[in-house]
Design a protein around this ligand. Structure first.
Ligand code: TXA
Ligand code: MG
Length: 327
């Protein structure tokens, strides 16, 4: 575990908004109100900040996160809007609606934040404090609900302090959140699919689109996300993974961890190290981008060195096990 932080609690005003933008720019964690629930924000483009966020939440797995932006223009730099998405954004943003879109070509969001997926969840919150912080920061902010994994979503700053005090840098107190439940999530990747019911009623969405929303095949929860058939629920490389590898076999690429080289590392077709220092935050930040790079190396398999199971190691091992599962 990392050393506890001193969590500052500030009333929302111009000074605390500027403070929030500074903390985000430095890779820190800021809880702030949205119209739905309090979010725990990190710089979406900074993989290490995103890794710290997962650590603070104590999530045993890397669920993809929602990127929050100040307006439609900023959202269009992250995801590709089809006709349905364009209509929904025009009707309901800012507001309690999250759109899952195909990632835009030069999307700057860290691979860890989307858990290596080719899709991205985006929303423009309708709350003055959230939008002021997003504008002041000027970059996308990933923000899951500001609670520890398995706990209830917080609707007041006091809830956040009770749950995350000592684990995050700053809480901006903007009073109780008006909606009180999370945003409705709709995937616009073809037929629109309702991935999570939430603060925006389904009927309003169906009226705007003049059609019914498809339901995902399997129900999900916040900590065990939906696995809708048409959406890849987790990142999977084409090259088979061989986990807990202590030596490299002929024709393999190597995903290393830590300072001690694997046996036969010299014969790896390609090698990357998640963290030479053995730092799990650095390893999490590198995980999906390095898997992608090694997947492109044309190796027969990717040998993955053992990763410790403590801290973020649990989530890293969870994702590796899923990526290694036969399909
Ligand atoms: O109201 C809200 O949406 C709040 C506030 C803070 O904005 N945020 C929130 O985030 O509820 P979180 O992380 O607790 O829930 C995000 C949900 C998860 O169930 C996740 O699996 C899903 O969004 N999600 C994110 N990216 C996705 C993607 N690319 N495809 C499918 N589902 C995705
Ligand atoms: Mg949540």
């Amino acid at each position: 575990m990392t050393a506890p932080l001193v969590t500052r609690l500030s009333k929302a005003d111009a000074a605390s908004v500027a403070d929030a933008a500074r903390v985000l720019a430095a890779g820190g964690l800021v809880a702030f109100p949205t119209e739905t629930v309090y979010g725990l924000g990190a710089d979406a483009t900074d993989g290490r900040a995103v890794a710290r966020l997962y650590q603070a939440k104590g999530r045993p797995a890397f669920n993809p996160l929602i990127a929050h932006v100040a307006d439609l223009n900023a959202a269009q730099a992250l995801g590709r809007f089809d006709a349905d998405a364009t209509r929904l954004a025009a009707a309901f943003w800012p507001g309690p609606l999250t759109l899952v879109l195909a990632k835009a070509a030069h999307c700057p969001v860290a691979e860890l934040a989307t858990a290596g997926l080719d899709t991205i969840a985006v929303r423009v919150p309708n709350h003055k404090v959230a939008r002021d912080i997003l504008r002041a920061f000027g970059k996308p902010v990933v923000a899951p609900s500001a609670n520890r994994s398995g706990h209830l979503s917080p609707t007041t700053a006091d809830h956040v302090l009770a749950d995350l005090g000592g684990r995050i840098d700053l809480i901006v107190d903007g009073g109780a959140t008006p909606v009180g439940i999370e945003s409705t999530i709709v995937a616009c990747l073809g037929e629109p699919v309702l991935l999570r019911p939430g603060g925006l009623p389904r009927a309003a969405i169906e009226r705007t689109l003049a059609r019914k929303l498809t339901d995902p095949p399997a129900a999900g929860t916040d900590d065990a996300p939906l696995a809708p058939g048409m959406l890849a629920s987790h990142y999977a490389p084409r090259t088979p993974l061989r986990l807990n590898a202590r030596r490299v076999e002929a024709g393999e690429a190597l995903l290393a961890f830590g300072p001690t080289p694997a046996e036969g590392a010299g014969r790896a077709k390609s090698m990357l190290n998640l963290s030479e220092r053995g730092d799990l935050i650095e390893a999490a930040a590198n995980l999906f981008s390095q898997l992608r790079a090694l997947d492109a190396a044309g190796a027969g398999a990717i040998a993955v060195m053992p990763i410790p199971a403590d801290g973020l190691g649990e989530a890293i091992n969870d994702r590796l096990a899923r990526a290694a599962a036969p399909r």
